[in-house]
Each structure stands twice: as C-alpha cells, then as structure tokens.
Design a protein around this ligand. Structure first.
Ligand code: ATP
Length: 238
C-alpha cells in the first residue's frame, strides 16, 4: 500500500492582489521522487514555499502524513520531517561547513546520532569533508548547494523539498547535483524537486507535474512525460 506523505489540495497563494498559485492539487507518496517543472514564473517556488510554511496560503489545504499543516511555520514542519532547501541556498556564509551542518540539526539533541549523520553527509559529499573548517561563503556555488542539501539532511527529513538545486551551476556541477539527488532518494528520502532543467528532473523522477501560470496542466509517470511530444515541445526545448 502506498502512503501519501504530502497532499496539496486546491491551494491558492497570492502576493498582495496577484494570485501566483491558482488552485493546485498534487500528491507525493512515500519513497517517491516527484518533479515539478514549468516555465519561469509558473508558481513552482511559491508552491514549494507554501508547503514549507514560509508563505501563507489563501485557499485550500496542505496535508502531511494525513493531517493538515496549514498555518504551521517552517520550524514546526522541520521537526516533523519536512525540510526545504531553498532556491539561492540560504547558507550561513560566515560560519564554517561544520557549523552550518550543525545548524541543520538544531531540532535534535542526540549527540551520537548527529555525529553519525554528519559522517553520512560527508560520505555523500566528500568535498564538504575536505573543506569542513572553511567559511561557507568562500565556497563555489556547487559546493554551497551541496552544503545546503547536507544541512537539510542533518534534520533527518522524511521529505526533502528541493528548489532549483541546479540553478546557476556549471555543467559538471549540475551532473554532480543530480547524481546526489538520486543517491539521497536511493537512501529512502522522499523528494519533491522543483527544476527549470525539466529533462534532467524528469529523468531521475518517478512522477512529474507541469505547472503553468499558477496551475497544474499535466501530470504522469516521469518516463511517459519525457516521451510526450507536448511536454517535449513546451518544456524540453524541442
Ligand atoms: P522561477 O523558476 O522563475 O523561479 P517559479 O515557477 O518558481 O519561477 P514563482 O517564483 O513561484 O515562479 O513566481 C510565480 C509568480 O509570482 C511570478 O509571476 C512572480 O513574479 C510572482 N512572485 C514571486 N515572488 C513574489 C513576491 N515576493 N512578490 C510579488 N510577486 C511575486
């Protein structure tokens, strides 16, 4: 039986008088990697922020593990296993790698568990181990993205919300980031991935949703979407 971890139901989000998300429905099941793709300004980031509790919704509901989380803030949600890696990373530039990772574990007090999770993060991202005492602000964009993901993993999330992890990175770093997303998913973390890079995002996903002008316009198994001429023409640059 599949467990629905996240259920987004008729969600609307506005910035002042502008409705950016106009009634969106989708689900993420336990163990899945779901990609949300679509053009610039479609409302993907706004949807993600609403789920993570950093933007209020003005209609609909969001359920996590079968219960409404509407109105809950990001701190409460992280404690329940819902962690977001925001677009632009949001790392603490004047703190070291290790200090940033420890910030990700702020909700926990199990020292041994935190140490073993840091080891796990260093195994996934050897680059972070090499630079563990370096100030985060002095790292490259790709390294900062790795750190942001590592920091989110330190909260032991059930669901990881990843907003545009490949944005602004060199092609080699983009490859590395997608590899790592796949690896983290392979370790049992459920992932909702927002990406401009639609073909890469669908190629590692189980299912996909297309968002356009604040609404979901297509959905299906990722493989079928990759083969769909309409998706290919509109979002895969063909
Ligand atoms: P992108 O990939 O370009 O980030 P997106 O699909 O993530 O696009 P959003 O960032 O969610 O899109 O933006 C959806 C709409 O909301 C856009 O029209 C955008 O201009 C608008 N918007 C986003 N943030 C704000 C804000 N803080 N204030 C006002 N309007 C906003």
């Amino acid at each position: 039986m599949t467990t629905t971890l996240l259920k987004v139901k008729g969600v609307k989000v506005a910035y002042g008088g502008i409705q950016a998300v106009k009634g969106v429905d989708f689900e993420v099941h336990e163990g899945e990697l779901v990609s949300l793709i679509g053009s610039n300004g479609a409302g993907k980031t706004t949807t993600m922020k609403a789920i993570a509790g950093t933007l209020p919704i003005n209609a609909g509901d969001i359920e996590y593990l079968g219960k409404s989380i509407r109105g809950q803030g990001p701190w409460d949600l992280v404690k329940q296993g819902l962690a977001m890696v925001p677009e632009g990373r949001g790392i603490f530039t004047r703190m070291t790698i290790v200090e940033n990772l420890l910030m990700g574990a702020y909700i926990r007090s199990d020292k041994a568990g935190i140490a073993s999770d840091m080891e796990r993060v260093f195994t996934i991202f050897p680059r972070l181990r090499e630079r563990k005492d370096q100030l985060a602000g002095t790292m490259s964009g790709g390294e900062q993205q790795m750190l942001a993901m590592g920091r989110a993993l330190m909260s032991r999330p059930k669901v990881l919300l990843l907003d545009e992890p490949s944005m602004g990175l060199s092609p080699i770093m983009v490859d590395k980031i997608f590899e790592v997303v796949k690896e983290v998913h392979g370790q049992g973390v459920t992932i909702l991935l927002v990406e401009q890079n639609a073909s890469r995002a669908l190629s590692i996903a189980d299912r996909g949703y297309v968002m356009d002008s604040g609404q979901i316009t297509m959905s299906g198994p990722a493989r079928a979407m990759l083969d769909d001429p309409k998706v290919r023409a509109a979002y895969l640059g063909e």
